[in-house]
Design a protein around this ligand. Structure first.
Ligand SMILES: Nc1ncnc2c1ncn2[C@@H]1O[C@H](COP(=O)(O)OP(=O)(O)OP(=O)(O)O)[C@@H](O)[C@H]1O
Length: 514
């Protein structure tokens, strides 16, 4: 989901976003042989070099359709992410203002961002997807009926009434059309009532007629006072003529920012003539590809754009204010955004969706249930009516543990201290056994299986030369008291908690910025 679950304030704005001298740099693996060779002796030493993606990009987007156009790799998505406050602030510089003020810390949660891939749940209906989005992302103060009204309004706004109660569809389940699916994804953002809607390549993967219907839908939204900002690759003329402003990017620099109608006349003044029947978007892309090979022309056009762009300079803060704005922006990033929902509510809505998903996706539910039943039956059969004899009785029980361990994880089994005698074979590696969940599981199973048993000869059942305790002693598994059993439970519990915590930390790390 684009902007997750934290909406603390309603930002009232006219939706004008201006940005000034945006630079973006990332650290990449060093490619130069010279640098690598210096570090050949340090195999784990990563050599990074800085790569600048965006160079001093400035501009202003207002209510209407604002397109960011350029060849692949020109920096469109990077700029879009920075404006939407979805990029890691490290490596970015410059100022982004909304209605001439720095963005609120919760900005990214109050604007809509439609990612390229469709993120709606296939087993839910269009209405349920929108309701899920509104429930998870808006304040708990909103009543159920308010939520329903909001969802219905968005359904009407996006002309989704006819398929509102149809399931979106999965690879196994026929659902709504591609265009309706994209509109559902847009709707999941619109339920926030954002003034600004970002879209990353909204027409990618759609056929021509679906693409135009999506863009017409966005045009309608823009007419109702929204600022629609999107990156787009190669629009047809019927789509291009819907744009109000166009920003042309080339190698991370802006070479044109102005009206869509002005593109052809602008480039004609720089000796690039558009053929009478050529699509201006195709023409612009051809020009961008050509000047991409000529750094001096890019620099000239970029310089011209920086000097003459009237819209940008009108919104540009006075130089004296720049320092204050930078420090404000710094403070803004440190500001803690309060979650709009309690943890319990989040768990409830997510579990509800997961349950619905399982029930409505017969293939998934069936495979999950079948796997559980088959595994359970297998383990049950293996343990069923085992003999208490010294030969097969003992052997069938050390085999069962092995099968289970293999099912869980082969690697962990290797270090369980059960398959191999780690003390003698891999002395220097034997400590790994203490990190192996399989070791604790196998210890538990073996203690549980053998403790208190006596094993007799198969032909003379009154002669019982072996006890379970002896086998446990032979395997070097402590079993003197109940703590020897329960400490394995404790170790497994601690491992589970640690894995959950580290997954949670990783989720927190990746969810906010790219
Ligand atoms: N985190 C990163 N690490 C390394 N390179 C990056 C990173 N982010 C972006 N780039 C590079 O920056 C350039 C611009 O990327 P970006 O995705 O913004 O371009 P784009 O115009 O949206 O391209 P496309 O149309 O293909 O999606 C590309 O060359 C990309 O490989």
């Amino acid at each position: 989901m684009a902007a997750v679950n934290q909406v603390s304030t309603t930002v009232s704005s006219t939706g004008t976003i201006s940005f000034h001298n945006i630079n973006y740099t990332v650290g990449t693996k060093a490619r130069s042989h010279k640098r690598r060779s210096k570090c050949l002796t340090l195999p784990f030493f990563k050599v990074t070099e800085q790569k600048q993606i965006l160079f001093d990009v400035s501009g202003r987007f207002m209510n209407g359709m604002n397109a960011i156009l350029g060849p692949s790799g020109s920096g469109k998505s990077s700029l879009l992410d920075i404006l939407a406050d979805r990029k890691d602030p490290r490596g970015t510089s410059g100022i982004v203002l909304v209605d001439n003020f720095p963005r609120h810390p919760s900005f990214r949660y109050t604007v809509g961002y439609v990612v390229q891939e469709d993120i709606c749940s296939g087993t839910l209906t269009v209405r349920e997807n929108l309701y899920f989005s509104v429930s998870l992302r808006l304040s708990e103060a909103l009543s159920a009926s308010d939520k329903r009204v909001r969802v219905s309004t968005v359904i009407t706004e996006l002309s989704l009434e006819a398929c509102a109660d149809t399931r979106v569809g999965t690879e196994f389940l026929r659902g709504i059309s591609g265009g309706e699916k994209k509109r559902t994804c847009i709707g999941m953002e619109l339920v926030l009532s954002p003034n600004i809607l970002f879209l990353d390549e909204p027409t990618t993967g759609l056929d021509a007629s679906t693409a135009i219907s999506i863009m017409n839908c966005l045009k309608d939204l823009s007419r109702r006072g929204r600022t629609i900002i999107f990156s787009i690759h190669q629009p047809r003329y019927s789509i291009f003529k819907l744009f109000d402003t166009v920003m042309l990017m080339c190698n991370g620099q802006c070479v044109y920012h102005g009206s869509a109608k002005g593109v052809v006349p602008y480039f004609s003044t720089h000796d690039y003539q558009c053929e009478p029947y050529d699509n201006p978007a195709d023409f612009a892309l051809d020009v961008l590809i050509d000047i991409g090979r000529k750094p001096d022309i890019i620099a000239k056009l970029n310089d011209l754009y920086n000097k003459t762009d009237a819209d940008t300079s009108a919104a540009f803060p006075r130089p004296g204010n720049m320092i204050d704005l930078e420090s404000l922006d710094h403070k803004r990033r440190k500001y803690k955004v309060q979650a709009a929902r309690s943890l319990g509510a989040e768990i409830f809505y997510l579990s509800q969706r997961t349950l619905r998903n399982s029930f409505r996706n017969p293939a998934l539910a069936l495979s999950q249930i079948s796997v559980s039943i088959i595994l359970g039956a297998m383990v049950g059969l293996l343990f069923y009516d085992l003999k208490k004899t010294t030969d097969s009785g003992v052997q069938n029980r050390l085999a069962v543990a092995l099968i289970i361990a293999i099912l869980i994880c082969v690697m962990m089994t290797m270090f369980s201290g059960f398959v191999l005698d780690l003390d003698s074979v891999f002395k220097w590696l034997s400590w790994i056994q203490w990190t192996s969940a399989s070791r604790y599981v196998s210890n538990l199973l073996i203690i549980n299986e053998f403790q208190g048993l006596t094993f007799c000869l198969s032909n003379q059942t009154n002669v019982c030369p072996m006890t379970g305790e002896q086998i446990l002693d032979n395997l070097d598994i402590p079993h003197a008291n109940s703590w020897d059993l329960w400490k394995n439970f404790l170790a497994l519990t601690i491992m589970t908690v640690l894995f959950l915590i580290s997954s949670y930390i990783q989720l927190i790390r990746i969810k906010k910025t790219k």
